[in-house]
Ligand binder design. Structure first.
Ligand SMILES: [Zn+2]
Length: 227
């Protein structure tokens, strides 16, 4: 994680702890959650996935959270605080005309020889450019990708969660998680469905590694692609 981000986060936490002493401990836990890299922002910027310390639990967090503490108490659990903290720090850094992303070492990426994005990798969907997974993969290989692993965290009829980790020759690792519910995937739970979610997770991990903000085609739902 970027030093500027960590510094801004620390300042934000200290300020909030002074303002809300009751939340002091929970804010500290939220801060640790972010610096541990256990908060995964969704592209919407208003939702996130959070993993528990041992990596066995996944919480979808937006205005609400599914954790036990959240069900029993009225005030925000530390998962929700972490999301709010992250948003606050991003807003602040963006206001300072720089936007940082978790796990993103921009300096290393910018110094690497950057092959051009080829026209055949781009697809126009409803007037907007999208990059194909194939293109992401090739760019990543050019920048030293050594492995791209996916893990199916959960697969049921209601939800499929996949995690992807891209590892580079210099040791950098980028992880992202995709949770696909019936809302945003095709209905059938079969191997193709799971592979699609795995590809989405991989695409997001690669976009994170390559600092590409445009979506990949594979991340869109079937309906959107054919529209
Ligand atoms: Zn929670």
């Amino acid at each position: 994680m970027n030093a500027t981000f960590i510094h801004a986060l620390q300042e934000e936490v200290t300020t909030l702890q002074a303002q809300f002493p009751d939340l002091s401990e929970r804010l500290a836990r939220a801060q640790t959650l972010i610096t541990d890299g256990r908060l995964f922002m969704e592209d919407s910027g208003t939702e996130a996935m959070v993993t528990s310390k041992d990596g066995t639990q996944y919480y979808a967090v937006n205005g609400q959270c599914v954790c036990k503490a959240s069900q029993h108490r009225k005030e925000a659990c530390y998962h929700r605080l972490a999301l709010r903290l992250y948003q606050k720090v991003c807003d602040r850094l963006e206001a300072e005309s720089e936007c940082y992303t978790l796990n993103l070492d921009t300096e290393v990426i910018e110094s690497a020889a950057a092959p051009a994005i080829r026209p055949e990798w781009l697809v126009s969907v409803q007037g907007k450019p999208f990059i194909r997974f194939e293109g992401l993969l090739e760019l990543a290989h050019a920048r030293g990708l050594v492995s791209l692993e996916t893990v199916v965290v959960q697969a049921s009829e209601a939800m499929c969660i996949c995690q992807a980790t891209a590892t580079f020759a210099d040791g950098r690792r980028f992880t992202d998680i995709v949770d696909a519910t019936e809302r945003n995937v095709a209905k059938h739970l079969d191997i193709y469905y799971i592979r699609m979610v795995e590809t989405r997770a991989s695409a997001r991990a690669l976009r994170r590694a390559l600092n590409i903000s445009a979506c990949s085609v594979e991340e869109l739902s079937g309906e959107e692609v054919t529209a």
